[in-house]
Design a protein around this ligand. Structure first.
Ligand code: ZN
Length: 430
């Protein structure tokens, strides 16, 4: 495993310091100039070679041939893609509390993902810990969807197969509402997981309670489907405009297609009334075959997220750029793929203005990737494989003008370092 990981590291790494140079201009105009990349800012339909100038943590200018001599630092992005810092609306970064949690920084900001939404790892009782010991500590910008169960996702593990909604006494609508009202700056909605081992026969009652809380705070509800106790149409009928179905493109029963591979009518109706089809592959929730059947019927995911967690971070998910590369092989363009990981997820929840865009004046959160050509094998959650010829390799993340490298760290090493260092895992900073 270690040898293989080292090989991956060598294959998938771009050495950032070689691309960064510092200088001392007489009249500095920029703290950082990202030079000569292909800038793709889907929100503005911008896809063109340009420089990005950053000053005081904000995007100051985007144009070809900005004055590089007037920059204190230059990042050479020639031949690379420069895009807004990715926004992943389904991750699990409550490391150490939710058994599926992983450390945020080596899996998010080190991979071009500057903003994430922790999808329900915490509930009302465990959210204060997420706020104090994750959000306040890590470099990745972490927001949360609150689990409708007070215990969040702290109960279910491989060794204890009992989910957070098996006992409805742990669902407390009032407490969820109170927690959200007190933390509206970072809680952007609610999350519920509706799988038989998590809910038992309680799924629809728990969903109704989550619905009540979401309506009371006027925020969206993200619903994890697949293998539910009740039929999918009964779940979909409770969803409203702005709610997000995650794991839409799972394989097997309980997904969005029938036995003849047609999108079920209830999904069509839900999409028509504004429910968003999100994509989060999880450990068991992405099938190439389902995607290949559903895309031609006109149903593409509006957002692409990773659902990266303890049980898929070492494959088949790895990270969001790898997930996006799978959509390249499914036929989407690089612009279409990046839109679903920047502008679209930023628009689906109430993130701070400017998230997921490179608008001049907005906070300078930027990702630099290499779109490497070659022969790559990708695996879905059903262990089916496909060959692809392009892979997004993270080169650098910039958060409010600060540069972070792409150093790859195994989960265990990253956790140890996070504990030793109080969580800061920034690799290179200027
Ligand atoms: Zn998840």
């Amino acid at each position: 495993m270690l040898i293989r990981s080292r090989r991956n590291f060598l294959r998938d790494t771009v050495f950032l310091p070689a691309l960064l140079s510092a200088q001392t201009p007489a009249n500095p105009k920029f703290d950082l100039l990202i030079r000569g990349g292909r800038v793709i800012d889907p929100k503005r339909n911008f896809s063109s070679d340009a420089d990005v100038g950053i000053l005081n943590g904000k995007v100051a200018a985007i144009a070809p041939n900005l004055d590089a001599a007037a920059a204190k630092n230059v990042l050479d992005a020639r031949g690379r893609i420069v895009t807004p810092g990715l926004v992943d609306i389904h991750v699990h970064v409550y490391d150490g509390v939710a058994p599926l949690g992983i450390p945020a920084d080596p899996n998010c900001i080190a991979k071009g993902v500057t903003t994430v939404l922790d999808a329900g790892s915490s509930g009302a009782h465990t959210f204060p810990g997420l706020r104090n010991y994750v959000m306040r500590v890590v470099d990745t910008r972490v927001f949360a969807l609150l689990n409708i169960s007070v215990v969040g996702q702290s109960t279910l593990s491989n060794d204890n197969p009992y989910g957070e909604l098996l006992d409805l006494r742990f669902v407390n609508t009032k407490l969820a509402i109170k927690t959200i009202e007190a933390n509206r700056d970072v809680i952007l909605g609610l999350k519920i997981r509706l799988t038989e081992n998590i809910t038992g026969p309680n799924d629809l009652r728990a969903l109704d309670m989550a619905r009540e809380a979401a309506d009371a705070v006027a925020l969206p509800l993200m619903v994890h489907i697949g293998g539910s106790h009740s039929p999918v149409p009964d779940i979909l009928s409770r969803l409203k405009k702005g709610d997000v179905i995650t794991h839409s493109f799972r394989g097997g029963p309980g997904g969005i297609i029938d036995e003849r591979d047609r999108v079920i009518p209830d999904v069509k109706k839900a999409v028509e009334r504004g429910v968003l089809l999100g994509f989060g592959p999880g450990a068991v929730s992405f099938s190439f075959r389902t995607a290949e059947k559903v895309f031609p019927q006109g149903y593409l995911p509006g957002t692409i997220s990773s659902d990266v967690h303890q049980f898929n971070v070492n494959g088949p998910v790895f990270d969001l750029p790898t997930v996006l590369s799978k959509f390249l092989l499914l036929g989407l363009s690089i612009e279409e793929v990046l839109r679903r990981a920047t502008a679209n997820p930023a628009g689906a929840f109430k993130f701070p203005a400017g998230t997921g865009s490179l608008d001049v004046g907005s906070t300078a959160d930027v990702a630099v990737f290499e779109l490497r050509e070659g022969n790559f094998e990708f695996t879905d959650a059903m262990r089916e494989k496909r060959k692809g010829h392009r892979k997004l390799i993270p080169v650098a993340s910039i958060k409010a003008g600060r540069v972070y490298g792409n150093a790859w760290l195994p989960v265990e090493t990253a956790r140890r370092r996070a504990l030793n260092r109080g969580g800061g895992l920034s690799v290179t900073a200027i």
